[in-house]
Write a protein that binds this ligand. Structure first.
Ligand code: PAF
Length: 282
């Protein structure tokens, strides 16, 4: 498995694969890989002959005071895991390679509506950063298929819309969230949790499940359910950022007519922000 850091080298290698008639799958990541990422690589390998995993901690999607500087950079360990998972090529560019003229001069991709609310409201500019770098990565690699985790539900919706709106010739595939045995969604940020916080963290998924059970049982007083869920999180020692019951396609507040519903949650545990979601049909 090769690792390249420059776009020139990446394109030269990919040209070779394309000449051989091979299809290309892309898994964009910020590194510090865990089983969740590896499941994306496996999914990409099922769909394409060659898998490119990009590792780039994208400064544009971090806000002031967020964890850009402390975000774990673990390239050697990531390479080992990717090699074992059958990844073909790692693209690990530096910031100057991706943003040669600097962040302030970078053309940005703005995806309306679906970027608003939820994480978009709590992290202004975050989805512009994600949409911009994902568009660039799709143009750099020009994959046939790109795989993203469903754990970042709103992010996946933003990416699906940008691919549709900009008519990018790529199939976007979502892959299910991988969880710890106690239900906590795997995330690079779980590594920030202290031992006592880690014990509390499964409450996030438990709260999603409790609310889903209430909905399945016939309740449709969404605002009260959201409030109850936020209270449950707070009682367990989390600081809820949001708990929203939304239409799975539009990500707008759910109505009683909606059949596909998603519960979206973000909550702080100490300084760590955890997100998760649960989709259901009624
Ligand atoms: O989900 C992530 O790791 C990042 O947001 C992504 C899609 C790699 C863009 O930087």
């Amino acid at each position: 498995m090769r690792t390249v850091h420059s776009l020139k080298e990446l394109r030269t290698i990919l040209r070779g694969y394309r000449r051989q008639g091979k299809t290309i799958g892309l898994v964009p990541t910020m590194g510090n890989l865990h089983e969740g990422h590896i499941s994306l690589v496996r999914k990409a390998a099922e769909a394409a002959d060659v898998v490119v995993t990009s590792i780039f901690v994208n400064p544009m999607q971090f806000g002031a005071g967020e964890d850009l500087d402390t975000y774990p950079r673990t390239l050697t360990e990531d390479q080992e895991q990717l090699e074992a998972a059958g990844n073909t090529l790692v693209f690990a560019p530096g910031v100057e390679e991706v943003y040669p003229e600097g962040l302030a001069m970078q053309t940005q991709v703005v995806v309306p509506e679906v970027s608003d609310g939820h994480c978009g409201a709590s992290r202004p500019g975050h989805f512009e950063g994600v949409a911009t770098v994902v568009t660039m990565l799709l143009n750099m690699v020009q994959p046939d298929v790109a795989v993203f985790g469903e754990k970042d539900f709103q992010q996946l919706a933003v990416i699906r819309k940008l691919v549709r709106d900009l008519m990018l010739p790529v199939e976007v595939v979502g892959a299910p969230t991988i969880r710890e045995d106690d239900g906590l969604a795997k995330s690079s940020r779980n590594g920030y949790l202290t031992a006592s916080e880690r014990k509390i963290a499964p409450v996030v998924y438990q709260t999603l499940q409790t609310t889903a059970r209430e909905l399945t049982g016939g309740r449709s007083d969404f605002q009260t359910l959201e409030e109850e869920a936020r209270n449950r999180l707070a009682e367990a020692g989390l600081r809820p950022d949001y708990f929203n019951i939304v239409n799975s396609q539009t990500l707008k507040p759910a109505s009683t007519e909606d059949t596909d519903i998603t519960l979206l949650v973000a909550a702080f545990l100490g300084t760590t922000r955890l997100i998760d979601n649960l989709s259901m049909s009624r």
